[in-house]
Write a protein that binds this ligand. Sequence first.
Ligand SMILES: [Zn+2]
Ligand SMILES: [Zn+2]
Length: 330
Amino acid sequence: MSNRVTDPDTQPDSGSNSGPDSGAETGPPATALRRALRILGDPWTMLILKEAYNGTRRFNDFQRSLNIPRQTLSLRLLHLCREQLLYRRFTSPAQGALDYALTAKAQDLQDAMYAVWLWHQANPGQADFLPFDIVHRDCGHVIGATWRCTSCRGAVTSSSVTIHRSQPEQIETEPRPRLSRRNDASFTAASSQERGTVAASLVGDPACNEILYLLFQQPRHMLGIAQDLALGASIVRDRLDKLMDLGLVQEEAQGRRLLYSILPRAEGFLPLLLAIADWGDRWCNAGQPPPDLRLHDCGEILRAAYACDHCGGWIGRDSLFIRPRQPVPE
Ligand SMILES: [Zn+2]
Ligand SMILES: [Zn+2]
């Protein structure tokens, strides 16, 4: 916390009163999403988890399938073990052979993983990069699924969810984790080879997620975003450009200022962000109350899951299987 005020990238713009002498805690309001992203918001983390979900277990197999530098992989696996998402186990004690297995905490993230898969599936030009199909065992169809409230079964959309900060408001006092430029560069190099990673790479960029999460709640001006998230204006500018490039956010003039809002294509990201926030509530609150509450239109605190569009049944790990991708009949 002591070095937070010296880091220009995490400071709001001048005009805010959060200088080093203002005394009170001056971080951004805590959110379940940000707490979860402290663990997941690294460009490689979701990709490594995705591989682990698909059955990859050994160091060399992760390395080959992700084309990730060995040292980066080694550090990321260490991080995932420390955060109790993976654990190391001996598969052949005599030969000292180790592999990495998913913990319950990682398996609990399954809805976020399906959200990534479904987003790529739904977006033209992205589905070609998916190497496998996820099939609903109950009805035999490749999943098409809708994120639904488990209480009223209504679809969960940005217009049907409201997010409230719980009171008293919790302030985020820990600095955001920083990525080394080298890590970033190695990710960019790898993802240009595996282009089917747009959703996963967005999750790996916490600022992008926090901005989307805010814009899902209401359109904002750039400085409003920067102040609310305690991010530097240059970072917000950069991420808004990225989100506009991806066709997720639009800008329009409102008087002399520019207003940013969500485009329909971004709606597919909402389940991903909400699933990650839910996971954050279950695993990342360290005994504190949830920092924000998400309410559905029906009045209940949102609990949501994917329901199959073919048979209507709920989708979970036990009701799915994965098979190599089969060509879609014309
Ligand atoms: Zn509901
Ligand atoms: Zn089904």
